[in-house]
Every structure is written in structure tokens, then in C-alpha cells.
Write a protein that binds this ligand. Structure first.
Ligand SMILES: C[S@@+](CC[C@H](N)C(=O)[O-])C[C@H]1O[C@@H](n2cnc3c(N)ncnc32)[C@H](O)[C@@H]1O
Length: 199
């Protein structure tokens, strides 16, 4: 397992695949264990790095992960097989905004780590699939230190992307339904809990 993880880290570096930072994934793994989280939905699998590590947090943790890029999806499947996690990690090849999940599927944690500009849409779509005390987690809220400084960014594309993350943070802070804490770990992680929840 350790070998596969190192192999995935090297693959990600060599092929420019954006995966979670070590500090961020270690934080999530501790959070999953401490809060007895069992059923996770991940939006944005890439090569399966965070899905496999989250699934390894505890014996009975299961992860469903959605990926729209075919090459990443294939690579993710390969990695899930390599560590014999076929029963712990299910990989769905589809655009998350087009996925139809059954209303019966409820998750203790929904981890949003896909297109940064669509975070509000993902949040609004998937909140209906949260278990009563479930949490919605998002990565990259610091976006490599650019968040909060969008007006100083020269590149238009980058500025627009960072502005979208800033809007998402505002959306979280003003949300009537969820309370959010933003943690300064890895690239910035938010954890949102329903206002009537206990987690
Ligand atoms: C930051 S990477 C995910 C990294 C992964 N969670 C990890 O840490 O190992 C984001 C991934 O989301 C995928 N993605 C972006 N928008 C998506 C969408 N609408 N539906 C499904 N996947 C999406 C991208 O193809 C990319 O592989």
C-alpha cells in the first residue's frame, strides 16, 4: 500500500496531476477516523490518490468517487485494483453535475475536489445526499496563496478562477443552512456542517 501511494505521488508529479497535499490528506484521514465516518462521496477522483487514502482510514470506510476525465478514470480504476480496494472504492465515470444518484444513498461526508469554478453548484446539488449529521468538505480554499488577493493577479484566467473561490467562501460564510470552518492545512480545507447537526 505504502509503495502504491509513493508510486501515485510520483505519477502525479511526473504527469502534472493535481492531487491533495500530504498535510491535507493526513488531516482528512484523522477527521474521518475521529468522526466515525463510513460512507464518503468524492467529486473529482483524478488517479484515486485521495479516494484510496480516505478508504484506508478505517476498515469499514467506503468511498464512491466521480471522475469525468477518461484517462484519469482508467488510472484510478487501475490503482484501486492494485491495492485490492474494489469493495471499498467505487469509481463512477461521469460529469458529477450530470450524475443521477439514488435518493437512498446518503453519505457521512461529501468531499468536493473537482472544477474549482463549480464549487457552489456541486455544494447545492450534493447537499441532498448528506446523512443527517454529515459534512461537506472542500479542498483548495487557499488556492496556492492566491485567495484574498485576486485583484492583484495579472492573468485573467487565474484571476477569474480565484474570484470564484472567493465567491464560494462568501457563499459558505453566508449560508443559512450550514456552518463552515476553514482550516489552514494543506491548500485550505473547509468543513461544513448542517446547522442542526452535531458533528
Ligand atoms: C484536484 S483533482 C482531484 C484530486 C483527487 N481528489 C486527489 O486528491 O487525489 C480534480 C479532478 O476533478 C475532475 N473533475 C473536474 N470537474 C469535474 C466534474 N464536473 N465531474 C467529475 N470530475 C470532475 C478533474 O478531471 C480532476 O481529475
Amino acid at each position: 500500500m505504502k509503495e502504491l501511494i509513493l508510486e501515485m505521488e510520483k505519477y502525479a508529479k511526473d504527469h502534472n496531476v493535481p492531487i491533495m497535499q500530504n498535510e491535507g490528506i493526513a488531516f482528512l484521514m484523522r477527521f474521518i477516523k475521529a468522526n466515525n465516518i463510513k460512507n464518503i462521496l468524492e467529486i473529482g477522483s483524478a488517479i484515486g490518490y485521495s479516494a484510496i487514502l480516505m478508504a484506508s482510514s478505517d476498515v469499514d470506510v467506503k468511498v464512491t468517487t466521480i471522475e469525468r476525465d477518461e484517462n484519469y478514470y482508467m488510472e484510478c480504476l487501475k490503482n484501486v485494483k492494485k491495492c485490492d480496494f474494489d469493495k471499498k472504492v467505487s469509481v463512477v465515470f461521469q460529469d458529477a453535475l450530470e450524475v443521477n444518484l439514488s435518493d437512498e444513498n446518503k453519505y457521512d461526508m461529501i468531499f468536493i475536489d473537482a472544477a474549482k469554478g463549480q464549487y457552489i453548484k456541486f455544494f447545492e446539488k450534493f447537499k441532498y445526499f448528506l446523512a443527517p449529521n454529515g459534512v461537506i468538505v472542500t479542498d483548495n480554499l487557499k488556492f496556492h496563496g492566491y485567495v484574498g488577493k485576486s485583484d492583484e493577479i495579472e492573468s485573467k484566467n487565474l484571476r477569474q478562477l480565484v474570484k470564484k473561490i472567493e465567491n464560494y467562501i462568501e457563499f459558505l460564510n453566508n449560508n443559512q443552512e450550514f456552518t463552515t470552518k476553514i482550516y489552514d492545512v494543506g491548500d485550505g480545507i473547509s468543513i461544513s456542517v448542517r446547522k442542526n447537526g452535531n458533528t
